[in-house]
Design a protein around this ligand. Structure first.
Ligand code: PGA
Length: 252
């Protein structure tokens, strides 16, 4: 299974800035990308077209959307549909990123609708899950993950192609804080995610990739990427510059 190395550019970069960074990323790691890795660039919607142009012709450099609404089309001002993301060249999209949950107020139920609808419409979907610091302190990590996974995956057919489903474990307290989860915390949480995936999907649960996200940097990526049940990373801050993200992509 290929490790999925994803750059979430959040609300940063104009179309031209995204083109330049994506082009530099291909130049820095295109030729030396190990066979077992894929790169996913997730720019803001307005930069999808230009970022896609910079990645074109490199089949293991994929494009993704940060969010979408679970309807075909209609009167949903400010929203974007899976078909629109596919039309813009996306293969993947995020659902339930912690900033969507905690800044925009998305519920587990809404995230679940998105995951099922996005998969049905042909996107590969990354379901983001993760506990808040007070939940960790209260010893509730596994319970929180179980609820987020059960509700997030409730509408997903049991025979879904597992390669099109990804779970990103991103402890909320580690996102954008510089505070990375320790190796034991990551292995424990990823083990819990894997157990739940196996319970929900049977053996196919082994083929669902589980990414870690939260203050991944060039100097901690190599350790994280080799931990049990870590099948990639989802990187925010350290993905904004091509030199920094290329060191994460190639970390070994
Ligand atoms: P960070 O963000 O790498 O800046 O912590 C990760 C994310 O939000 O996906």
């Amino acid at each position: 299974m290929k490790k999925l190395m994803a750059a979430n550019w959040k609300m940063y970069k104009t179309a031209e800035e995204a083109f330049d960074t994506a082009a530099e990323l291909v130049a820095l790691c295109g030729a030396s990308l190990p066979d077992d890795r894929e790169v996913l660039v997730i720019p803001p919607f307005t930069a999808l077209g230009r970022a896609g142009q910079a990645l074109a012709g490199n089949p293991r450099f994929l494009l993704g959307g940060q969010n979408f609404y679970p309807e075909e089309q209609g009167a949903f001002t400010g929203e974007i549909s899976p078909a629109m993301l596919l039309d813009a060249g996306c293969a993947f999209a995020l659902a339930g990123h912690s900033e969507r949950r905690h800044v925009m107020g998305e519920t587990d139920e809404m995230v679940g609708r998105k995951v099922a609808f996005g998969l049905e419409k042909g996107l590969s979907v990354i379901l983001c899950v993760g506990e808040r610091i007070e939940e960790r302190r209260a010893g509730q990590v596994e319970d929180v993950l179980r609820v987020q996974l059960d509700k997030g995956l409730a509408g997903v057919p049991r025979d879904v192609d597992p390669v099109r489903l990804v779970v990103a474990y991103e402890p909320v307290w580690a996102i954008g804080t510089g505070e990375v989860a320790g190796p034991e915390e990551i292995v424990q949480a990823h083990g819990a995610v894997r157990r739940e995936l196996l319970r929900l999907f049977g053996e196919a649960g082994h083929e669902v990739r589980v990414q870690y996200g939260g203050s991944v940097k060039p100097d901690n990526a190599a350790e994280i990427i080799h931990l049990d049940n870590v099948d990639g990373v989802l990187v925010g801050g350290a993905s904004l510059r091509a030199d920094s993200f290329s060191r994460i992509v190639l970390a070994d």
